[in-house]
Design a protein around this ligand. Structure first.
Ligand code: ZN
Length: 383
């Protein structure tokens, strides 16, 4: 049975403002934007769902390029490990596409586990990719190399998060970094996937120097580099703004709740907003913290959805080469978020045409729950 969902009277941000329109989604794709008469659908005598979005804005589902989907290993011993992410907490934050990563621990939080989690999420309808490698060099891959991971495994989108300028980095040489970037690039060329290298930046004293050196001394394209955590300190923010002007897309994680001062500093350093993305870096903090800060930034800077959405939709889709994601258009994936017009609170979340959140409540029912009597409660105390 084809899945059909009709969204009526939505005020659209594609992320560009498009006015009030209906959207028809069939089999996970946007198949019509404009006026759709439900009486005509009734004539077909096939089941379909309909949602009236009067009083709501509708925009593309957010793309989160950096989440620790299998949890992270805390840095205060085994008792500081964080639990795995769940689908309801991801979609509750308006996220419909996510890229998972492993971090400093590549032994107990390994690529095989991450791949299995991505496959599970994909089976359920949440678009999920993974970075291959983790912090250290040589990277912890699934098949022996970044290149073969990209070529052989659908979910692998690039290399990362490779740690540099960090006390926890394996201190790769410039040549080793160049080799990883090249492998990822070739893997991307042969598969049509992003093939970028996602660099984790720490508080080390060299800041972005290694990436500027890569661009200067090696045949590395700016579009092959995608550094994150650049809101971590003032010098990284300054370097980050500078490297966007060289055509490198950078990412700010939002797990410290510092998006507003980070954006302020980025603009003061004349960074290019077209080359900036935002991620949740969820592990200890919730994926939904990203959207909370987007709302706060809109209020503080008096920005429209049209101005801020590219940082979590079109910019991210461009660097990750996700051609059907991050925008509302014909044939694009039906990944959509409906929010209250005045409060911007999330009402509905649709991923590939499937309704995950309706009226603020999760509709998702994990398969194992039918066979389980477990009760799991986690309420983080962090505000
Ligand atoms: Zn990181």
């Amino acid at each position: 049975m084809a899945s059909i969902l009709l969204l009526k009277n939505a005020e659209l941000y594609s992320p560009v403002y498009m006015g009030k329109k209906d959207i028809l989604c069939i089999e996970g794709k946007i198949t019509k934007i404009g006026n759709v008469n439900s009486a005509h659908l009734d004539l077909l005598e096939i089941p379909y769902d309909i949602l009236d979005l009067e009083g709501m804005f509708l925009f593309p589902g957010l793309i989160d390029p950096h989440e620790h989907l299998i949890g992270g290993s805390g840095e205060n011993g085994y008792c500081s490990r964080s639990p795995e992410m769940t689908i309801p907490e991801i979609v509750r934050g308006g996220i419909t596409t996510v890229v998972g990563c492993i971090g400093v621990d590549t032994i107990t939080r390994n690529m095989h586990s991450l791949l299995a989690q991505a496959k599970f999420f994909n089976e359920e309808g949440l678009t999920t990719y993974i970075w291959s490698g983790g912090y250290s060099v040589p990277p912890s891959t699934l098949t022996g190399s970044i290149k073969s991971d990209l070529i052989l495994i659908n979910e692998v989108i690039g290399a990362g998060e490779i740690a540099i300028s960090d006390v926890r980095s394996s201190e790769p040489t410039l040549a080793e970094m160049g080799r990883i970037v090249s492998e990822a690039y070739i893997g991307g060329l042969l598969t049509g996937k992003a093939g970028v290298t996602h660099f984790h930046l720490g508080d080390g004293k060299y800041h972005l120097k290694f990436l500027f050196d890569l661009l200067e001394h090696f045949d590395v394209l700016p579009t092959s580099l995608y550094p994150t955590h650049l809101s971590r300190n003032p010098q990284l923010l300054k370097d980050g703004a500078r490297i966007t002007r060289a055509g490198v897309t950078i990412d700010f994680d939002t797990c410290e709740g510092d998006l507003v001062p980070a954006l302020k500093a980025f603009m003061e350093h004349t960074g290019d907003l077209n080359f900036l993305t935002l991620s949740s870096d969820a592990s200890f903090t919730s994926p939904g913290f990203l959207y909370e800060q987007i709302k706060e930034a809109m209020k503080v800077f008096n920005w429209s959805l049209e101005k801020i959405l590219p940082l979590v939709t079109t910019n991210t889709a461009r660097i990750l080469k996700l051609r059907n994601k991050g925008h509302i258009a014909l044939e694009a994936d039906a990944d959509l978020v409906a929010v209250d017009r005045s409060t911007l609170e999330i009402n509905h979340v649709i991923a590939k045409g499937k309704l995950f959140i309706k009226d603020g409540k999760s509709l998702y029912n994990q398969l194992i729950l039918d066979r389980s009597n477990r009760k799991i409660e986690i309420y983080g105390k962090k505000k």
